[in-house]
Design a protein around this ligand. Structure first.
Ligand SMILES: NC(=O)c1ccc[n+]([C@@H]2O[C@H](COP(=O)([O-])OP(=O)(O)OC[C@H]3O[C@@H](n4cnc5c(N)ncnc54)[C@H](O)[C@@H]3O)[C@@H](O)[C@H]2O)c1
Length: 238
């Protein structure tokens, strides 16, 4: 990853923060874009990925600072489980805006800057791109949308040398999960019992998969969703 210029959205969060640290340790030049201030020492950009102009400005800021853009990791996301019968339409729209529309806007902004020299994009999706959970209609539908977006952009931009992949974690021990446990949306013991490897994912499990897909070791992999789930999706017994 030495001297590769990588933009990480949601870089102030649990997964994005770990991805940023790992890429930095691997010698990459990391820019963090988030609504929130980034705690790390990386080049930090204020960005709302639901706003296409804000995404374009973030990609432009990276090119102004480093002269080019080689990679994007889209970790921005929100999780707010809610009964489907009473889900207010603005809440549905906000979830789809952050997870799906935002993924497209930031990929488009970065893809435009990679169109000459090529690059690599990794979306963070979720096992919920494949597995349905109750009270998560918008989240699951949007993540499934991003898994398909991964395929479409991969084939459309292959001729430009841009690879597009996704990493889909099961539950990861981050603030997002802690908030869901505290709100009673998630039972930690039940989750561990449902995961064949017997534990929640650690942010570095996810960051390792992201680094691999960004790197030249994955140079013939595109349009792929790699699930980092301890066996969750494979499990079909009781
Ligand atoms: N934590 C999990 O168990 C888990 C499991 C599967 C998938 N994921 C996905 O991984 C990604 C990261 O999750 P996390 O656990 O690190 O969550 P987190 O809450 O720790 O971090 C999410 C970050 O996204 C930022 N963000 C939210 N809306 C934004 C917007 N409109 N524009 C820019 N930034 C925005 C937040 O400020 C925050 O820093 C999300 O896409 C999430 O859906 C998480």
């Amino acid at each position: 990853m030495r001297d590769q210029v990588i933009l990480v959205t949601g870089g102030a969060g649990g997964i994005g923060g770990e991805v940023s640290r790992r890429l930095d340790q691997a010698g990459a030049l990391v820019a963090v874009a988030d609504l929130a201030e980034s705690p790390g020492g990386a080049f930090s950009i204020s960005c709302d990925i639901t706003d296409a102009a804000s995404c374009d400005e973030a990609a432009a800021a990276v090119v102004r600072r480093f002269g080019r853009l080689d990679g994007l990791v889209n970790c921005a996301g929100v999780s707010r489980p809610h009964d489907s019968l009473s889900l207010p339409p603005p809440e549905w729209a906000r979830m789809v805006d952050v997870q799906l529309n935002g993924a497209f806007y930031i990929a488009q902004a970065c893809g435009r800057r990679m169109a000459e020299a090529g690059g690599s994009i990794v979306f963070i999706t979720s096992t919920n791109a494949e597995a349905a959970f109750p009270r998560r209609a918008a989240y699951c539908a949007a993540k499934a949308g991003v898994a398909m977006l991964t395929k479409v952009l991969a084939i459309e931009w292959a001729s430009l040398g841009i690879r597009v992949n996704a990493v889909g974690p099961a539950y990861v021990a981050t603030e997002m999960t802690r908030r869901n446990i505290a709100a009673g949306n998630v039972n930690e013991e039940q989750i561990k019992a449902r995961i064949p490897l017997g534990r929640l994912a650690r942010p570095d499990d996810v960051a390792g998969a992201v680094e691999f897909l960004l790197s030249r070791r994955a140079s013939f992999i595109t349009g792929h969703s790699l699930y980092v789930d301890g066996g969750w999706l494979a499990y079909g017994y009781f």
